[in-house]
Ligand binder design. Sequence first.
Ligand code: SAH
Length: 345
Amino acid sequence: MSKKDLRSMTQEELKKELTGAGFPAFRAAQLFRWLHVQAVRELNEMSNLPGALKDYLGENYDLSAAAMADRQISALDGTQKFLFAMRDNCLVESVLMRYRYGNTVCISSQVGCRMGCSFCASTLDGLERNLQAGEMLEQIYEIRRQTGEKISHVVVMGTGEPLDNYDQLVRFLRLVSDENGMNLSQRSITVSTCGLAERIGDLAEEQFAITLAISLHAVTDEKRRRIMPVANRYSIEELMEACRNYFDRTGRRITFEYSLIHGVNDLKEDAAGLAALAGRVHAHVNLIPVNPVAESGYERPADEHVRAFKMELEKSGINVSIRRALGRDIDGACGQLRHRQLSCC
Ligand code: SAH
């Protein structure tokens, strides 16, 4: 049987575990700091804990520890891609991006993905397993450790569908914003989902101050089903209702992500449909010229076409941004680094 992962536990849970084993309650606060402030890799680095406690922890718990398996640095913009091997050797991809407003880490929420979006490299090898909350945190801590950089923003936009790993995602969000831990502002966190409508409803109840991004990519059910299998489970209507409810319950504006694919979803009628949907739920639109993945055969539209598509939306009063492509020289698309590594093993 696998052991409980220390870095995935709240301070309250640690307290229960430790006192249950006869250790004083105050040790839980010390342990939590080692796990989430100093974010050490080894129990023996926890210098103010007695040996007996460290022995007990070592025998009874796991300490999730991501080991760097590959690191690429973009010569163009300083973006860094990391490949981490987890305890069971599963490979997980994370990215450090530099923006004017601060350093952003993009983390993975699952090992692989089972959503099957046709343009995405992360889903090519299917889903291997869910990541634990501690393993999501480790990606941030390890990048911070390796680079010595301060991390001000986190996006859950790497490999995996975060709402398909709901419980661990919620645990991650609580831990990363815990004032006794990394204490990251929830406003600096974005969670991106392909649109599991029921889970969006659950997340609304949690009342986090995070930004929720919906990967929309098409504005009719028929077209969306062609590129995103999840559209067979939830119609756009159901998704819009979930978005509306999320906005009403949390007061947080939703973002629609829209990957522009040449000749597929970049027509004038697509822009009109997108403007109508975004207007309905007060969403901000983020256009992402598709990152071509060899297996998909999709192409990105010309830059001037992307700008024209943006203007169409703006004419309808929609707030639009175009995502800058970072790290084009280092396996740009999501999941490509991991996929390449798996394919050559
Ligand atoms: N499963 C989640 C998060 C992971 S993907 C989701 O679907 O939102 C993060 C974003 O990148 C999503 O909007 C996804 O659709 C988009 N994406 C994936 N592959 C892409 C590619 N090749 N080009 C452009 N965007 C891509």
